[in-house]
Write a new protein. Structure first.
Length: 133
């Protein structure tokens, strides 16, 4: 069963951005060590947008108004990776080989577009259920 989503934001100043999320936006967090914060977020949505071929060719992202947005990756979180992979296999989805990281047991789920999203069983404390105010 999917238990949550984990977004990774790639930042040139991660400590500053973490402080902004904590102090300015007021998102609650857990510290998994060394000041590495994981934030509880409000309910979320996801949408798939087409690649805009006019904006830089294949694989480019359509720019939003304003400054450059941070790049991000989506990882779905689950409480039993093996069981969820079996469920996906029954639906004719073949995940990438599993590998272990210090933060979790990880695979990826292929998408019809040729892209993929991450799927993992966390080993770290999570911010799920903290919610944002």
């Amino acid at each position: 069963m999917i238990t949550g989503a984990h977004l990774l934001f790639y930042s040139e100043k991660p400590d500053d951005d973490r402080a902004f999320f904590r102090d300015v936006l007021g998102f609650p967090s857990v510290d998994i060590g060394g000041g590495w914060l994981i934030f509880g977020l409000p309910p979320a949505e996801a949408a798939f947008h087409p690649v805009d071929e006019k904006e830089g060719g294949e694989g480019s992202q359509r720019p939003h108004a304003g400054p450059r947005l941070l790049g991000a990756e989506l990882y779905l979180m689950c409480d039993d990776l093996s069981a969820y992979m079996k469920l996906l296999e029954a639906r004719n989805v073949e995940c990438a080989p599993v590998h272990e990281e210090r933060w979790g047991i990880v695979t990826t789920i292929p998408l019809p577009s040729g892209g993929a999203i991450g799927l993992y069983q966390p080993k770290h404390p999570t911010a799920l259920g903290l919610g944002a105010t």
